[in-house]
Design a protein around this ligand. Sequence first.
Ligand code: ADP
Ligand code: MG
Ligand code: MG
Length: 884
Amino acid sequence: MTYVYDFAEGSKDQKDLLGGKGANLAEMTNLGLPVPPGFTISTDACRAYLAEGASPAGLADEVGQHLARLEERMGRRLGDAADPLLVSVRSGAKFSMPGMMETVLNVGLNDESVHGLAAAAGDERFAFDSYRRLLQMFGGTVLHIDSEAFRDALDDLKDERGVKNDVDLGVDDLRGLVETFKGIVSSHTGRDFPQDPRDQLDLAMRAVFDSWNTDRAVLYRRQERIPEDLGTAVNVQAMVFGNRGMDSGSGVAFTRDPASGHQGEYGDYLQNAQGEDVVAGIRNTVSLADFAEVDKAAHDELLAIMKKLESHYHDMCDIEFTVEHGKLWMLQTRVGKRTPEAAFRIAVHMADEGLIDMDEALRRVTGDQLAQLMFPRFDENAERTLLAKGMNASPGAAVGKAVFDWATAVEWVERGEDVILVRKETSPDDLHGMMVAKGILTSRGGKTSHAAVVARGMGRTCVCGAEALEVDAKAGEFTVRGGKTVREGDVISIDGSTGEVFDGAVPVADSAVVRWFEGQEVDDPLVEAVARLMGHADGRSRLIVRTNADTGEDAARARRFGAQGIGLCRTEHMFLGERRQLVENLIVADDEAGQEAALAELLPLQRSDFIEIFEAMEGLPVTIRLIDPPLHEFLPDLTELSVAMAVADTRGHRKRRQRKLLEAVHRLHEANPMLGLRGVRLGIVIPGLVAMQVRAVLEAAAARIKAGGTARPEIMIPLVATVRELELVKRTVREVAAEVQAELGVEIPHLVGTMIELPRAALTAGHIAESAEFFSFGTNDLTQMTWGFSRDDVEASFFSTYLEKGVFAVSPFESLDIEGVGTLVRTAVEAGRSTRPDIKLGVCGEHGGDPDSIHFFDEVGLDYVSCSPFRVPVARLEAGRSAA
Ligand code: ADP
Ligand code: MG
Ligand code: MG
């Protein structure tokens, strides 16, 4: 088994084996770019290590051989006392996990080689600066010493010397700091800092492997749905030094702006700095334009390389680089994370530039990103008090109470508050707080800082580098320079699209994208990009997108959003509010005459609902589901009723009604109402109810037709388990249809079909299709019935444990369980089509708007998906992506 690969042996397509960082280092090496040489210890080695709890046989030797080759090539030996080779040990999993895994720089320095480095470089300060950095990183990430201990010692020293920045410390200060840091290591671990260079390397490598399983990493993977079993690779790379004076430095850059998608390079550079200095926000960085002033040659070479990378990867790249004495080195590249806005704009720009085609552009944006663009923004016309302006790191409008540490954020969110996490800068320790917060605000760091990168990855609103804020986390407050102090619990608003921070709660308004979907003229480059990609998606898609709507208003909105019909109109929602009284009358009626009277009162109300909906959906199909929920849902709650009866006056008819209601509540009580008298079962037990509903639908349709319009009702019977049930109800439907058409003298084209939402229905779909003209998969109930999960209970009771233990990666109510429920869908599709080749097949329920589920429904060949109005654009986009 080979575990170790030289950079020259790999390529960008080997992320599984080499991790993202290793694969891209290999790619850049083979493109002939200036990459410090090194080798990658593969994810195979990590998996073996994690499985065995020890390095697999042969790994140490292999590392030794590659190290020897590297030493030969560099003409120096690792940690050599006279002129040491130093290396970085860098983690890198298949999917980038910002700040998750650990990196150690300057491996190979010890009490002796630090002098060798000083002599060889002719720079003692640099040598001791490098050594203290090794101690700090190694102590924190390999030896698990709280990094605060090192930071405090550094801060104390700076205070003592009266200097602000690390770079202002002299060589003696750093020499002293090295001793202090070594003391911290010994006192925390009971052992001295390992002096042997190869020990350092091995310990660092194992620490990288172990870091795969830290709480932080596990949490991030769960959030991002990254599989648990991938493991990480380790890259060992010759060091180059950005901390060798002002003609050296370190930087990060993007080939386009990752926040807005603007064309043109974007980056931060910091002179005399190493590694994380740039992103940690410890000093303020300069822009790429200013970098050109500092070092034109290195800057120009960098820009040329960025162009080359973009045209090679056909995508926006992010880059980490270092300059050592004016020589540029490339340390990392990858396809860069971006905001939803940037994703849409970059995709369209790249298609226009001919880098990719429109199908590829469509694949580069997602329904989730579109959904984010549809979130409200701050109302531009609202009163607001600007506190400060930082960088627009991740878009969105967030309002919440200021909190200053992750634990408070978590605690407050658990008790139902919205919070904004405010920090000087964030570190991986803050991750949990960042996940629960509405937004993240920092006073330091640029668009490439930890806060910005992580927030963009999670789609969380973020403003970073708001330098006017003096953040004091210990005191739980921040002060705006020369102004107001905001304390823990005070409400603030942050705008991740402009970088503005406001006092108090600013009201929010519709996004430009929604206004455009609503049919307004909007002149906005983002809207233009969205419009073009939506157009391409619609042209490509096989699936039709319908909507779930119960009112004319919802139907009209969904139609503006591009819905081509209604896939689910729930009639029971029409029985709530004031009409509940009429349903009660129906339930407590003593005899058939009483029932009929109650139904007669409901009829005109239902009819007018349907007229509105048919009007909104003129020319398009409308699927109407007959009453589905158990009747007791329309009755008062038992305790409520008992209380009312206890305090009621004794007037006769009131009392009598209440007694009857109470009796009905008792009579209709069920231990498992979701498995009880509901759906088609109601239609069979109370045929009058179905007859009334069908009459209302058909009379409304007839009214539409007589008014010169069209109506295409599709009557849907819920919760059918056997074809026999369907036939019984269908008989009523036929009778009513014949009556209405004769009475009104119009022919009303309509379909009668069923929901497939019980496993038995899916398994006998071939028979059911003999009677059903269409199927609509009710995947909410189908999921509930297949798993035996009560949807109303399980999400609160044990789903979090299930998710934690990996029983499933995502709730099956959110994203279709393709393996189980999906098999039932596939079975029913095949059986239904073989009985009735032209049967219409659709899906209603939450899954109709879920991207992954939509791709599955497209693949099994459904005709349409139906989802809530606001998900319609998302579903259209995903339907197009699935076909592109
Ligand atoms: P992360 O995945 O957290 O970005 P990296 O492995 O990229 O961690 O390391 C962080 C930083 O350390 C890099 O951006 C780079 O500045 C610095 N670094 C890593 N390896 C080297 C090296 N061989 N020489 C100089 N700097 C390095
Ligand atoms: Mg990096
Ligand atoms: Mg159902």
